[in-house]
Design a protein around this ligand. Structure first.
Ligand code: SF4
Ligand code: SF4
Length: 356
């Protein structure tokens, strides 16, 4: 009998082995932490040990040369321990205070930006479909780069009333996140169907089941099995496009950007809140997306000037009210901001994916 072999375990490795020794030793035994300057945290343990964290922004999609440069800086100044955050920032862990300033100087000298802590605009989190996904309608990473170039001082400093989390998403349905401000793709026209390809490429029952509003039906077109869309029902979500590429929804003119505000995951003080649409039909305008960036800057300016200390964006809007919010950020309030759609309850149940 052939030798059996151990199964290959995959998944997240045990993080314990990668923790800085000071963190391992004091795990769960931290007394307090403070924020001596933007981009730097100091944690003090009951044992008297302390550890310094220095945070720098990265572009998320890191080439190997940049990664090596960051690791060299980590080896030289940070005991060889680094950590990547969910927002693609790198954190260097240092037990010796005298290394903090040289580490910051080395990072800034190599072109990295130190900041993103406490009341700053943190690094914008983004999806990166333009590189590896099959359905992106925009280059979310490019949107982030353009916006962070404009917001760099808000990353470097901590002058906001509270933390600001911004997210972007390159399609309308999948991996975008809840953010204080979210910039998402918004399709405004139903998909265009290439009937010659549907029968060869798409599993029609799967595509029909995929539509959240039951707008897709099987059809014979030019003697070939295909699909048709009831455009009065279609909400232009793009969910049919991944399982059926001949139902193209991305469009240079009609795929726009939309801005949503007030999303927040639950935290120690409050329940989760869902973001709400505040600006739609914004041109998806590479390479710098100036129209979307201008609106985000207006929202941030109004929030910075109007919110009380420690109010998050959603709390600020709740206090001042939506009419006042639209006045402050100089955005028009239209009938499209009111969610009057009544079909959800019945039509969601007709999908094989979403059940109540
Ligand atoms: S947001 Fe959409 S297009 Fe972008 S990576 Fe996620 S699934 Fe792909
Ligand atoms: S899945 Fe979305 S885009 Fe496709 S037909 Fe249904 S509502 Fe329209």
């Amino acid at each position: 009998m052939a030798d059996t072999r151990e199964p290959i375990e995959s998944g997240c490795p045990d993080p314990w082995q990668y923790l800085h020794p000071v963190m391992r030793k004091n795990f769960g035994q931290w007394k307090y932490h403070e924020h001596p300057r933007p981009g730097v945290l100091r944690h003090v343990a009951y044992s008297g040990d302390e550890i310094w964290t220095v945070k720098a922004g990265t572009q998320r999609i890191l080439d190997v040369f940049t990664l090596r440069k960051l690791c060299d800086i980590g080896d030289q100044f940070a005991d060889g321990f680094v950590h990547f955050t969910l927002r693609s920032n790198i954190e260097f862990l240092v037990k010796d205070q005298t290394k903090v300033d040289p580490l910051i100087a080395a990072l800034e000298g190599a072109g990295f930006v130190v900041g993103g802590t406490q009341n700053s605009v943190a690094m914008i989190s983004h999806t990166q479909g333009w590189l590896h996904c099959d359905i992106p309608g925009t280059d979310a990473s490019g949107v982030v780069k353009s916006m962070m170039d404009e917001l760099i001082d808000e990353f470097r400093n901590a002058n906001m009333p509270n933390r600001v989390h911004i997210t972007t998403s390159c399609c309308q349905i999948n991996c975008g996140g809840q953010g204080d401000i979210a910039i998402n793709i918004q399709h405004t026209k139903p998909p265009k169907i290439n009937h010659d390809l549907v029968a060869n490429v798409c599993e029609r029952p799967t595509v029909v089941a995929r539509c959240p509003v039951a707008a897709i039906r099987p059809a014979m077109v030019n003697g070939k099995p295909s699909l048709e869309v009831d455009e009065r029902k279609c909400i232009c979500c793009g969910a049919c496009y991944p399982p059926c590429p001949p139902m193209q929804i991305n469009d240079a003119e009609h795929s726009k950007l939309a801005i949503w505000v007030g999303g927040n995951h639950s935290n120690a003080r409050g329940k989760p809140t869902f973001q709400k649409l505040v600006a739609a039909g914004i041109p998806n305008n590479p390479p710098r997306w100036p129209e979307a960036t201008a609106i985000v800057k207006r929202i941030l300016k109004a929030y910075k000037e109007g919110a009380r200390d420690w109010e998050r964006v959603n709390e600020w809007i709740e206090r001042i009210g939506w009419p006042r919010f639209f006045e402050e950020v100089e955005l028009p309030f239209t009938k499209y901001h009111i969610d009057t759609w009544r079909g959800a309850r019945a039509s969601f149940n007709s999908s094989s994916y979403i059940r109540f």
